[in-house]
Design a protein around this ligand. Structure first.
Ligand SMILES: Nc1ncnc2c1ncn2[C@@H]1O[C@H](COP(=O)(O)OP(=O)(O)OP(=O)(O)O)[C@@H](O)[C@H]1O
Length: 569
């Protein structure tokens, strides 16, 4: 579906719109009935029979209106919901294609705001605002026409007051344009803060930073309420001034209608209606003015959606990527997340095919960044990365991800069953293959202890599981995917001893799968037998070699090893 098609309104929407407008127009018939009754009374032509017919007509119109309204409302709701569903699916697809480097905390708030609040606002336009605007607009024209039939000069004055909507609209659109955009940006920021607050609720509580003590969230919400107030406060005077001018037409029409009535040029009932109908028109135009104000605001949401849909996607390449062997090399690779703060500085090394290469180094030295670049989550600023002798710079990120599995510190799990979560690694895997993978990953035992075994739900992001259990499920996924390259972050330090042993056992099973493995090691004893160990420091590979070779060097690795030995002794 193209971006334009995402906004395409369906037949249900149009039917709903037409029926809602029709119902609104029928509501105007009440005034015609009142007019007829008053005229009858005044002329002395009223009879039980005529009153009976008129009341029957009112009842019949009411029933017809009720039916039309129910059908129209339901149809426009279903039609609107269908359009929102398409937009959300389209946005979801778009997010999948955006470069990961764009997913900063601030942008996440924006994306969530667009996918939820902005799409809801757009749905509001479809299901409520458009119908209300069209209905009130047509009713206003009919009222003016009716007044024109009663006394033409009054209609000219009212038409003029209706045209005042144009400058009023222009002014209020400017206000919405200025403050609405700001309000939207602040809303996105507040949403980002709220997401962070909910994600980090455990930590916030542990440090007594929950509720109003959380300064960032409180500040974002305060900013939101200030800008909301400013936005409304700027709109009120314009609306106020318009309404005053608009309502002034009521006494004005009374005055100018009185003269022809006095001279006998118009009927008394016509004069009565000349006094009454401008009030109806004033109410209608006030409603149009408020609706237009919020319609314009809701259109900002549409613009936000369109802007996201036109964001630059990760470039697609036609280059075929299917390397025969899976050694990995970095050639003078430089990279920074934040401009001017390089993490990798002209880093070069080679990872042999079918062997285990371990990466060690201080916290923050750039170990995970190396894995992120191999997985093409990010592109290097300069230098080149080869897999099997082919540069990955111009190939599609999905093609690179196809030949590797990543087991990192942040295991993401879906709110599904254990089986479904693991099957994502290989959608055609049989139940038996899933269970074999889980046995190798040391998770079969705990899965079977769960109430429904492999069919147990694991909660949102696996929150019904412990950290070690989540890591083992992620290892099971990697085993099931059976890709030639494995990127592994051995992060067992935060686990209890039982889980740590289980994860280490799962990792050692994984290492026997005869793949090209790049493993970040936080404990050196785990990687003593690695074919190569890279010691990362200051954005470069400071030392490299086997465990023995590095110990013989007597450098940084030796110091790290000695420190670890001292702790475990
Ligand atoms: N998404 C990001 N945006 C900005 N800076 C980042 C981002 N990810 C990492 N960094 C910074 O880049 C540097 C290297 O981070 P990296 O995660 O690669 O280190 P590491 O060696 O894996 O650390 P650890 O062993 O603690 O996991 C750090 O200074 C970190 O703060």
């Amino acid at each position: 579906m193209t971006d334009k098609n995402l906004f395409r309104k369906n037949a249900l929407f149009y039917r709903g719109l037409i029926l809602t407008v029709l119902e609104g127009l029928l509501s105007g018939s009440n005034y015609i009935v009142i007019y007829a009754v008053l005229k009858m009374l005044y002329d002395g032509t009223a009879s039980m029979q005529r009153i009976f017919s008129l009341s029957g007509l009112v009842g019949a119109i009411f029933v017809i209106r009720l039916v039309i309204y129910s059908i129209g409302y339901t149809q426009s709701q279903i039609g609107g919901a269908e359009v929102s569903k398409n937009i959300r699916l389209g946005l979801g697809d778009k997010l999948r294609k955006l470069p990961l480097s764009g997913f900063t905390e601030k942008r996440e708030g924006q994306y969530i705001n667009i996918m939820t609040a902005d799409v809801n606002s757009y749905e509001q336009i479809l299901t409520h605002k458009l119908a209300s605007l069209v209905k009130n607009g047509i009713l206003s024209v009919i009222v003016i026409f009716f007044i024109g039939v009663l006394y033409f000069p009054a209609a000219v004055i009212l038409l003029f007051s209706l045209l005042l909507l144009l400058p009023e609209m222009w002014l209020s659109f400017r206000i919405v344009g200025k403050y609405g955009k700001e309000k939207n940006a602040v809303t996105a920021e507040a949403v980002g803060q709220i997401v962070e607050y909910i994600d980090g609720i455990q930590a916030f509580r542990a440090y007594g930073m929950g509720g109003t003590k959380n300064r960032n969230t409180t500040a974002a919400l305060r900013k939101f309420s200030t800008v909301s107030y400013q936005y409304e406060a700027h709109g009120i005077p314009v609306n106020f001034a318009f309404n005053i001018v608009n309502w002034l037409t009521v006494p004005l029409i009374m005055w100018i209608g009185f003269i022809p009535w006095q001279s006998g040029a118009i009927h008394a009932i016509n004069f009565l209606f000349l006094c009454m109908m401008p009030m109806v028109l004033a109410k209608l135009t006030a409603a149009i003015s408020v609706d237009m104000f919020s319609y314009r605001n809701l259109l900002i949401s549409k613009t936000n959606i369109q802007n996201l849909l036109t964001e630059k996607e990760e470039s697609k390449s036609k280059d075929i990527f299917s390397p025969k062997e899976h050694g990995i090399s970095f050639h003078d690779v430089s990279f920074s997340y934040v401009e001017g703060e390089p993490v990798l500085k002209k880093m070069s090394f080679a990872i042999p095919d079918h062997k285990l290469t371990a990466i060690v180094g201080d916290s923050g030295s750039g170990k995970s960044t190396i894995l992120n670049l191999i997985a093409k989550y990010y592109n290097p600023e300069s230098g080149d990365i080869d897999i099997g002798g082919q540069s990955i710079r111009h190939v599609n990120a999905e093609d690179v991800l196809d030949i590797l599995s990543m087991v990192d510190q942040d295991t993401f799990l879906f709110h599904e069953t254990v089986r479904e979560n693991i099957r994502h690694a290989n959608p055609s895997a049989t139940d038996e293959e899933i269970e074999i993978a889980c046995k190798k990953a040391n998770c079969d035992t705990f899965i079977r202890k769960m109430k429904k075994g492999y069919d147990s739900s694991i909660g949102e992001n696996g929150n019904l599981l412990s950290g070690g259990e989540r890591q083992r499920l992620s290892i099971a996924r990697a085993i099931l995917k059976n890709s030639p390259i494995l990127l592994l972050d051995e992060a067992t330090s935060s686990l209890d001893i039982e889980n740590e042993l289980a994860v280490k056992q799962a990792i050692s099973n994984l290492l026997q799968e005869n793949k090209t493995v790049v493993m970040i090691a936080h404990t050196l004893s785990v990687i003593k037998n690695a074919a190569q160990i890279l010691v990362v420091a200051d954005g470069k590979v400071a030392e490299s070699g086997t465990h023995e070779q590095l110990l013989n060097l007597g450098g940084k690795y030796t110091a790290m090893w000695n420190a670890e030995q001292a702790i475990t002794a």
